[in-house]
Design a protein around this ligand. Structure first.
Ligand SMILES: C[C@@]1(CC(=O)O)C2=NC(=C\c3[nH]c(c(CCC(=O)O)c3CC(=O)O)Cc3[nH]c(c(CC(=O)O)c3CCC(=O)O)/C=C3\N/C(=C\2)[C@@H](CCC(=O)O)[C@]3(C)CC(=O)O)/[C@H]1CCC(=O)O
Ligand SMILES: NC(=O)c1ccc[n+]([C@@H]2O[C@H](COP(=O)([O-])OP(=O)(O)OC[C@H]3O[C@@H](n4cnc5c(N)ncnc54)[C@H](O)[C@@H]3O)[C@@H](O)[C@H]2O)c1
Length: 225
């Protein structure tokens, strides 16, 4: 299994089953997509602020209607009824819609996807999976990785700016690469980002101290004497 990133902005995700697992998947997709959860019962009154919840008992015969009404890009099968989850998966695959089945690991057909454990800071994301063998390990590793992600989005923005500026100045690709790597490896730049985040000052997506520190690092790389 290989991870890919998918843009769900403007798409709908339809979740069947509003228990602990269905609600967790709903919150995950609601970071980006419009999410509808259909369930006979709900564990929580609200899975998430922006999620639409419909109380209904679904049977395999109704699935076509639900799919037609929601026009989803992806469907989640998270009920505790294995036969229904199976029917949801089959219907989705027949229609060419992505499907995530929460009650199954291994033997996935093309179009049947796994939700990984994710760490994110803005647009910077890491996904952990175990080939379905140990979701608890995915969760543990996600928690281990989380602390090193602080400031990653600001670093991404800062280095994107530097890349663009150096491209505009026609700095050769090799020197650009070295300069960007030096900024990412600079403890002083990371510290400047961290100190700013601790003070929670904001407005600009990159702080002044980090930008100044990065400018110094770039200049040291490009003008070594
Ligand atoms: C990562 C995460 C993402 C998320 O769901 O958000 C996720 N499961 C998480 C937690 C978790 N899941 C389970 C436990 C209890 C411990 C245990 O049983 O091990 C815990 C831990 C806990 O709850 O603390 C039980 C479980 N999970 C699956 C089955 C069915 C089966 O294996 O057949 C059963 C047995 C149910 C039963 O026994 O009835 C199946 C899947 N779970 C996956 C993802 C996919 C594989 C990912 C991978 O490759 O690792 C896959 C295949 C499909 C999918 O769901 O996409 C999320 C952590 C999020 C985080 O905190 O960061
Ligand atoms: N992937 C994961 O991370 C993970 C983790 C734990 C459990 N699971 C599996 O996922 C499934 C769901 O787990 P859970 O803990 O959320 O269970 P749960 O019992 O809390 O929730 C199941 C939900 O499905 C709804 N439902 C059942 N039949 C329905 C129907 N015909 N129409 C509409 N709604 C229906 C129920 O009302 C309930 O809200 C189980 O099969 C479990 O084995 C997966």
């Amino acid at each position: 299994m290989l991870p890919l990133f998918h843009d769900f902005a403007g798409e709908t995700v339809l979740v069947f089953g509003g228990g602990r697992v269905g609600c967790r998947k709903a919150r995950f997709f609601a970071q980006e997509a419009t999410v509808i959860v259909v369930s006979a019962e709900f564990t929580r009154e609200l899975c998430a602020e922006s999620v639409s919840q419909i109380k209904a008992r679904v049977s395999p015969d109704d699935l076509s209607d639900w799919f037609d009404r929601a026009a989803p890009a992806l469907v989640v099968a998270a009920t505790d009824d294995g036969a229904l989850n199976e029917a949801i998966e089959t219907t989705a695959i027949k229609r060419g819609i992505l499907v995530n089945r929460a009650d199954k690991h291994g033997n996935r057909e093309i179009g049947s996807v796994v939700v990984p454990a994710t760490v994110r800071d803005g647009d910077v994301i890491a996904a952990v999976g175990t080939g379905g063998r140990s979701p608890a390990l995915s969760k543990y590793l996600r928690q281990q990785i989380e602390p090193i992600f602080g400031g990653a989005d600001e670093m991404a923005e800062l280095t994107a700016e530097i890349r663009e500026t150096l491209q505009e100045r026609d700095v050769p690709a090799k020197n650009r690469r070295e300069a960007v790597r030096a900024v990412i490896n600079s403890e002083a730049v990371w510290e400047a980002i961290e100190n700013r985040n601790n003070r929670e000052s904001g407005g600009d997506s990159v702080g002044i101290a980090a930008r100044n520190e990065a400018t110094r690092v770039v200049s040291d790389v490009l003008n070594p004497d």
